[in-house]
Design a protein around this ligand. Sequence first.
Ligand code: ADP
Length: 338
Amino acid sequence: MQKKILELISLLFVIFILFQLFIYQWPQLFWWVSIFEISLISVLIVYYTMYFQKKYENQLSKELYQKLQQLFFNEHDTKIKEYKLKDIYELIDKIKDERSKQLEYFKNLDSYRKEYLGNVSHELKTPLFNVQGYISTLLDGATEDPIILNEYLKKADKNIERMINIIDDLETISQLESGSMILDIEDFDIESLINEVFEQMELLANKKGIQLVLEKENPNDVYIVNADKFRIRQVLINLISNSIKYGKEKGKTTIWLQKKQEKIFVCVEDNGIGIDEIHLPRIFERFYRVDKGRSREQGGTGLGLAIVKHIIEAHKQSITVQSQLGVGTKFQFSLKAV
Ligand code: ADP
């Protein structure tokens, strides 16, 4: 627009100069034309100054915009020729939003890290102090009593086993969280995997008189899934062992298999102690336990369900929980069907 006005004024100026060449024929007009010409020149000077200033500002804005964009978003936009100051304000607002989001993220990460370290050291400290206590008592002379010696060594061994379990679970969690765990995806029959895990868990279930049952929606169906067999075995072990740990004496754990569209749903249901609904939203957090004492007594690390959730999410699938205190608990997860 400004360029068009400038062109128009310049054209007018040229016309008047040409006109002046013929003005000697009308001397009475000379002064009027001169005054008009001087005004035109002044307007031209002002407009040209404004035009070049604007051009310079645009060039500066463009450079500034591109520098900011490269600095904060690592992007380089070469297509757009012109930037206005308004664009820079918008970019600065975008940068501000991005920075406050990042700040929030780092704050959360920091408190998460502190909480995590606190939990880890607390979890490891308890069994470590126990082992130290047993060894000190033995060193103080308890070794002379063979019954106490045997009992304390067994207890120390149990605590060491607990520490190993925690470290193994932590290793699995950190591999899953850092994304360094590569899934070994294959097609396999989930029904036979469940039967294998049942065999593995039989002894534990028998101790409590808990029955392990597999139910299929359609008895003639074959349930082939596409997943990491080793990791899904871990999921089943964690869920079934929880159903036994928190199950009632002479209770029952049922695994249901169901096929729906492109998915196979696996449901692990028990008729155990159940979980109060206020705990349900946090049940998959690491180290979260409803009853700390009971969990430790059962050899739990508080990491089992966090691992389960990570594995299922690494498969881009989901897991849900339903529970009623005193009635039982039901975990259901999906897998890709073949
Ligand atoms: P833990 O090692 O303590 O068992 P998990 O992460 O496996 O840790 O489980 C977290 C908590 O969820 C447990 O401490 C327990 O309170 C509760 N929980 C898990 N599974 C069940 C279940 N089947 N029935 C009742 N409570 C359960």
